[in-house]
Design a protein around this ligand. Structure first.
Ligand code: OMD
Ligand code: FE2
Length: 288
């Protein structure tokens, strides 16, 4: 992603070197985004609470997304007019409003406070994974969380699936088949997602709503069930992510119809799955 971000008082300069970046704009901030090349972006807005680093628990003081890697922009302003003027788009009570003005909205020359936008390069995420057996829950990949009042239940988690090593023995290594109380919106910034190599394209999105069963497609199941469990690179050159929420998500009319991009056949990726239930294989040889 090649882009340039500007927001009132602050300039993120040219971000050409950044590929997988997370940006946070605080409420009320004016910003503009210039893109230079093929660019993909996803937006998540939370209300009432702020994103914060997850509690690290037994991980200790350091790990996952480290505070040192969250960067804030330097002060910057511009005082200029552009032909046709500026259109400032404002979101208010869920609706977008546009206002025209002659001067740049980024014309304030001083700033004092502790309420800044920030950026985080996803490459800096310190990935943790299972190193003996079992598939660890995706909460190990939480970059930021917007907590609800109930401990452990987030309004929204921002989770990434970065390149890493898969080494777990006696384990089906891809994501397990599951249903859970969270809504899972997934996106793909680049590459492919291990659980749906063909059916999930960069720039696309999938939504598995609360308590909807889901998991790897048939190809992934077949491959991973037969694979020799040697150490292997997982998700090399890719970046999938998940916005996970304890709230339900509604799909807009645009998403369902207008965009004309709905994959009506998505469910078919699970159709070839067969039952492999064998009650006697509960304790595979050598497994305690
Ligand atoms: O559904 C998904 O593909 C996301 C996901 C990944 C994983 O490794 C475990 C659980 C989970 O929801
Ligand atoms: Fe899931």
């Amino acid at each position: 992603m090649l882009l340039q971000f500007r927001w009132g008082l602050l300039d993120c300069h040219d971000l050409r070197e950044y590929i997988d970046v997370y940006f946070m704009f605080q409420r009320g901030m004016r910003f503009s985004i210039n893109v230079f090349e093929e660019t993909r972006g996803y937006i998540l807005e939370v209300y009432g609470v702020h994103f914060e680093l997850p509690d690290l628990g037994p991980i200790g003081a350091n790990g996952l997304a480290n505070p040192r890697d969250f960067l804030i922009p330097v002060a910057w302003y511009e005082d200029r007019q552009v032909p046709g003027g500026y259109t400032v788009i404002n979101k208010y009570q869920g609706k977008l409003f546009a206002a025209k003005q002659d001067v740049s909205p980024f014309n304030v020359v001083a700033w004092h406070g502790n309420y800044t936008p920030y950026k985080y390069d996803l490459k800096n995420f310190m990935v943790i994974n299972a190193v003996a057996f079992d598939h660890a829950d995706p909460s190990i990949f939480t970059v930021l969380t917007a907590k609800s009042l109930r401990p452990g239940v987030a309004i929204a988690d921002f989770v990434i699936f970065p390149p890493r090593w898969g080494v777990a023995d006696k384990t089906f290594r891809p994501p397990y088949y599951h249903r859970n109380c969270m809504s899972e919106f997934m996106g793909l910034i680049k590459g492919h997602y291990e659980a749906k190599e063909g059916g999930f394209l960069p720039g696309g999105g999938s939504l598995h709503s609360t308590m909807t069963p889901h998991g790897p497609d048939n190809d992934c199941f077949e491959k991973a069930s037969k694979a020799k469990l040697e150490p292997e690179r997982v998700a090399e050159g890719t970046m999938a992510f998940m916005f996970e929420s304890s709230l339900s998500m509604a799909v807009t009319k645009w998403g369902l119809k207008t965009c004309n991009c709905l994959d009506e056949n998505y469910y078919k990726c699970w159709e070839p799955l067969k039952s492999h239930f064998t009650p006697n294989s509960r304790n595979p040889t050598g497994f305690n």
